[in-house]
Design a protein around this ligand. Structure first.
Ligand SMILES: [Fe+2]
Length: 394
């Protein structure tokens, strides 16, 4: 994140002696992006963050994704996925992936193991439920509508709480996920035209200290080419031993309900709804809002073909007017690939005329390289979706 924070105890001067009560030195760790040339934080550990006692292969069972071939638009019903007895990390059902990102859906009612994604940042969107997310930087609570941006290589675990399971859409990136550059000043402050700003963000407020020895951490890391590998490290001491940290790199949360929609007299394209950017993809959200107020406006989108993008839409609240009659429901994901022109369902344009408000909540991921289909997605595909534009209006 662009702005500086300081939590817990830190020495006055970086890289100087900072001693524990017994006189030993705290172990200082710089966690930084792009070598030493971008955002970073300094963390002060009670124990050496380098002390591991074992490293072993871990091989979660995953089928290889397949190409979207023959090409067609797709609809996946995430609420039909197996769920209810998993955790928020190993319970991720992979749905769509390419060399830049992977999109998954998880239903979790158990704490996850300690986990580190050493491939890239993660964006975790909470469809429903609540959890406490414990990290080396401290703990942070998440609930419905929250986006959690977890920096690459942060050690964390997700502990669901409350009576409902935690339902999340997860975007795992192969790089860094940030607010769109155009929302930020050259020094990183949110600008006035941004639909959200620093006051809307939350992050850990105090250190989290956990005692323990011989603690396992599952690491997802780079393999050959774009392959993903997993290794289980055993740390000599619990990695949640940071008494203080400061810097501009840390996990943070933004609620979709704090996104201030930008509206106009005529239809506003998705970049007006962008919330984050990643390497070769963007994340946008469609929130309840007043709609187009030109006297002849058609509030639902026009047919469009974004020739460079595969468009993924996760329908997570309200009614998505443009898709009525298509079978899309709460928890649905649509994939509108490059090579296919998509648009509102039959009759949607006419029905939307005169509307002044849309009560919809959806998260969109636009990828600039084609997405492949993972087995869990195909298991819950609505195979009729592709033909729903070839029908009479609902
Ligand atoms: Fe679209």
């Amino acid at each position: 994140m662009p702005f500086y924070r300081s939590v817990g105890q830190i020495p006055d001067k970086r890289h100087t002696q900072f001693r524990q009560d017994d006189g030993s030195l705290y172990a200082e760790e710089l966690m930084g992006q792009e070598g030493f040339s971008s955002d970073s934080s300094l963390l002060y550990h009670r124990f050496r963050p380098t002390a591991i006692s074992s490293s072993s292969e871990h091989r979660p069972e995953r089928a290889e994704p397949v190409a979207n071939h023959p090409l067609k638009p797709r609809h996946f019903r995430t609420h039909k996925l197996n769920g209810g007895s998993g955790d928020a990390v190993f319970g991720r059902n992979h749905l769509l992936s390419n060399a830049d990102c992977r999109i998954s859906y998880a239903v979790a009612d158990q704490p996850s193991p300690l986990y580190r994604n050493a491939i890239g940042d993660e964006c975790i969107y909470v469809e429903s439920g609540e959890a406490r997310v414990e990290t080396s930087f401290g703990a942070i609570d998440i609930g419905q509508g929250d986006y959690l941006i977890m920096p690459m290589s942060t050690i964390y675990r997700v502990v669901p709480k409350g009576p409902e399971p935690l339902r999340t859409l997860v975007v795992e990136s192969t790089g860094h996920i940030t607010p769109p550059k155009r929302y930020l000043s050259v020094r990183g402050q949110f600008l006035e035209h941004s639909p959200y700003c620093e006051r809307d963000l939350r992050s850990p407020a105090e250190p989290l200290l956990v005692d323990g020895e011989d603690v396992d951490v599952y690491v997802q890391h780079r393999g050959r080419g774009s392959a993903t590998l997993w290794t289980k490290f055993t740390y000599a001491h619990h990695p949640f031993d940071v008494v203080g940290w400061d810097g501009c790199l840390y996990p943070w949360v933004f609620s979709i309900h704090d996104f201030e929609p930008i509206t106009g007299r005529i239809h506003q394209p998705p970049p007006a709804h962008q919330v984050f950017q990643g390497p070769n993809f963007v994340i946008c959200n469609f929130v309840p809002r007043k709609v187009d107020y030109h006297p002849d406006a058609i509030p639902v989108p026009y047919n469009h073909h974004n020739v460079d993008s595969d468009e993924v839409m996760f329908y997570c609240g309200g009614n998505y007017e443009a898709r009525r009659g298509s079978g899309i429901e709460q928890g649905s994901i649509s994939l509108h690939p490059s090579g296919f022109t998509h648009g509102p369902q039959p009759g949607a344009a006419e029905r939307s005329i005169g509307a002044d408000h849309f009560d919809e909540l959806a998260v969109m991921v636009d990828t600039f390289r084609p997405l492949e289909l993972c087995e869990p997605a195909l298991d819950v595909e609505d195979s009729d979706y592709a033909w729903t534009w070839n029908r009479d209006p609902a």
